[in-house]
Design a protein around this ligand. Sequence first.
Ligand code: KG4
Ligand code: ZN
Length: 408
Amino acid sequence: MHILAIETSCDETAVAILECAGTVEHAEFAVLGNALYSQAAQHAEYGGVYPALAKREHQKNLVPLTIRALTEANLLQKSEPTMINHSGLERIVDEEFRKDTLDFLKTHAMPDIDLIAVTSGPGLEPALWTGISFAQTLSEAWNIPVLGINHMEGHIVSALLKSADTAETRRPDAEERGKNKQEPKYYTLDAIRFPVLALLISGGHTELVLSKNWFEYQLIGKTRDDAAGEAFDKVARILGMPYPGGPEISRAAARARESGRRSDISLPRPMLREENCDFSFSGLKTAVMYLVRDIGGLSDEVREDIAREFEDAVTDVVVGKTQRALQKTGARTLMVGGGVSANRSIREGLLNLAREECAGLPVLFPDASLTGDNAVMIGAAAYVRKAAGKIVKTEMKAVGKLRLDTSS
Ligand code: KG4
Ligand code: ZN
């Protein structure tokens, strides 16, 4: 089946076309089209995500990105302007966006899509609504179902997608797709053993979630203040580095390590010794703020040394709390998702933990191209839900604080 997936929860506008097949244990995915526009550079001016700008950019980019993804997938055909069912269009409030959507629908034949998946939360509500109203309009015009997907579930499924770019998994029609077309990316689902512990570390969330079965979630621990990615972004700002701060801090920390320099800069490991699986990162940010104030002018070296100590502190806390959660739950697989899962130091810390303290427990990370927000993970989550018979029909609406926990 073909899924058109849409992600607009934060500052990435993304549309992907997936061809999916197989049971939940043997699911296969071919990413036929993948169009993503990151607004990060535009938000950098504001030092973080500016919701009104995010919404405006999603409105501007959704139609062109949908055209690009469908074209890449070879599923789009122009047609003479035709009448369509545009009853869904009234959901699109912005005039320009409504016009773009109507023009697109009127001048293209209905593509071979079976299901539309769209992020319905958590995230910035105005941004989420943009994707949802667009998805609903397409769904009504083309008369195909639309499914709301939890963004965090997308991050979980992203860790399960295993690259399968081998000759055996290629579909015969890949050759027919035309010489100029990019070869689709293929994935299978990694085999997992339940219970699974998911560590979700992103710009908006830091959570440890236990899954005893597909799509059953129990919250084991969460941040009491800032998310891990938010801490990276805020500390980067204090150090004079641009948004998004995670990759910047990571690069600076790597330079400090390569230099072999010793430094006596020391930051706290908040809540590490506490008997729970919760996190707190705002004190760490404040500690960096005072440190920078006390030092006065920062040289490049000192900036790098602070970045290294900060990254070490976050890694120690994340690894320590994950270890506690693994002990508490007896999980047999660890999976990591969200933008911060790209962080090398955290990846190494978790792999060491699994190897040395947990008898080689399997640890799954997303492919580098799937760590940040993207639509592939939303489409894949929709398919896995469908394959597992776990589709829940809910009212389509944006829920900024949408929860994952199904245990209460
Ligand atoms: O999952 P994501 O793309 O968006 C949200 O759903 O929040 O995560 C974005 C966050 C940002 O805070 C960014 O600074 C952080 O992920 N990030 C990193 C790295 N790459 C991205 N943090 C630490 N190290 C990285 N390499
Ligand atoms: Zn995310």
